[in-house]
Design a protein around this ligand. Structure first.
Ligand code: AMP
Ligand code: GLY
Length: 424
């Protein structure tokens, strides 16, 4: 089968790496890709926003499955437009992508189906939002309803901070994403990520993971897309995973089907675990980045039939096997990230760093310039390792990080601290 993978980050490199191992794969195309993906896939220059052009490419190239990595093309309706032309897609429809594209939509769905989550209100008017917030406890969470590239969330600890976050949203700090504001109860506990493939009606749980969103050691400093991750998440016991499937994932899948917008693709639940009970923080309609990197390192089975079955509605036929060994990913970012950073700086010794068979170096923001690999984004590499224990995975990943010669990059030095501490 020929596959077209959409995206160009570390998540997509790990998906490309795993898909490339499938005996069912003929040619893997990727748009826009990156320098690492270019080593396993044929990178094509396609405007992903031009759905007709993507469909035409699929027909010309005999693409049997399109795998969409990021959320933006899904929210823009790429899956709908390709499926209308008879092209199979791993990824949700525009309507179903509201689970990520509208935080208010998801909160309403949770309320209607008694899915455990924090209390909330939805507002299109600043005064009403402020009046509601004033009656709630601090801290309180203020979110732009729509997609805001992970930046549309403020955890306010004082009333003036709350009001200014509400004003900023309505004044356009996040563009149209902030035309509606969701105000949420602040949840406490331990965060975990839970992933399930969903084919419209059947949900198949994948592995669990935890990521580190803050830029600095000790989980300090500004939020980022994710500075590292590991799988499994020790907090997610088998019993808790069963509860998440029963209380959160399956009711969501059933409610979406009942609304005539069946969810198809990967459902990523951001959870807060407190006193052994899960609550939903938010949904994403895609794999996490860098969570995908650790999931792909732990997946023993062939990924391609699972993604194809998800697209075709035959997930009931699929069973997946996982390596018991944990995996851990350390993100290397350009100095300055998540603020402004330089592009074009050279990265060397990648081959030496990846020599250990338990290590994979997934590229995110990289480009090739003549014989060199250069940084081309904020998050640049996802240095990922598997080990007998989480501590071994961590030390293998950092040994590779320390081999890479990139003076203009940095990483956190404590990825996995919580899991390593627990295993002691
Ligand atoms: P999001 O952009 O929705 O993923 O939120 C980013 C981060 O903000 C989450 O990973 C949580 O750490 C935090 N967060 C979001 N909503 C809440 C909430 N209701 N309570 C506590 N923390 C939250
Ligand atoms: N690592 C968090 C995310 O992908 O949203």
């Amino acid at each position: 089968m020929n596959v077209l993978l959409i995206g160009g980050g570390g998540r997509e490199h790990s998906l490309a790496w795993k898909l490339a191992q499938s005996p069912l794969l003929e040619t893997l195309y990727c748009a826009p890709g990156n320098a690492g993906i270019a080593e396993t896939a044929t990178v094509v220059s396609l405007d992903v926003g031009d759905h007709a052009a993507v469909a035409a490419f699929c027909k010309e190239s005999g693409v049997g499955l399109v795998v969409v990595g990021p959320e933006a093309p899904l929210v823009a309706g790429l899956a709908d437009d390709l499926e209308a032309q008879g092209i199979a897609v791993f990824g949700s429809s525009k309507a179903a992508s509201q689970l990520e594209g509208s935080k208010g939509f998801t909160k309403d769905l949770c309320a209607e189906c008694s899915i455990p989550t924090g209390a909330y209100g939805r507002f299109t008017d600043a005064n009403a939002a402020k009046a509601y917030a004033a009656e709630q406890q601090l801290p309180i969470v203020i979110k732009a309803d729509g997609l805001a590239a992970g930046k549309g969330v403020v955890i306010a600890t004082t009333a003036p901070e709350t009001d200014s976050a509400i004003d900023a949203c309505f004044e356009g700090a996040f563009g149209t994403a902030g035309a509606e504001v969701v105000i949420e109860e602040y949840l406490t506990g331990e965060e975990a990520s839970f992933f399930a493939l969903v084919d419209g009606t059947t949900a198949l749980p994948l592995a669990t993971a935890q990521d580190h969103k803050r830029v600095g050691d000790g989980d300090t400093g500004p939020n980022t897309g994710g500075m590292g991750a590991y799988s499994p998440a020790p907090v997610m016991t088998e019993a808790l995973s069963t509860r998440v499937m029963d209380e959160i994932i399956r009711p969501t899948v059933a409610a979406m089907a009942a609304r005539g917008m069946p969810f198809k693709g990967v459902l990523y639940a951001g959870l807060m675990i407190e006193d052994g009970a899960p609550k939903l923080i938010e949904y994403n309609v895609r794999f996490g980045d860098p969570e995908a990197q650790v999931l792909m390192m732990r997946l023993k089975s062939d990924l391609l039939p699972a993604l194809a079955a998800t697209a075709q509605g035959t997930l009931g036929d699929i069973a997946l096997e996982w390596h018991d060994e944990p995996a851990l990913c350390v993100v290397m970012a350009a100095k300055g990230y998540p603020g402004s950073y330089q592009k074009g700086t050279e990265i060397a010794r990648l081959e030496d760093a990846g020599a250990d068979p338990d290590v994979e170096i997934f590229h995110a923001g990289t480009a090739r310039e003549a014989d060199s690999i250069v940084a081309a984004g904020g998050r640049v590499l996802g240095v990922t390792a598997r080990g007998q224990t989480i501590a071994e995975a961590q030390s293998k990943a950092y040994a590779a990080v320390d081999t890479i010669d990139w003076p203009d990059g940095f990483s956190r030095r404590d990825i996995g601290w919580r899991a390593v501490g627990r295993a002691d």
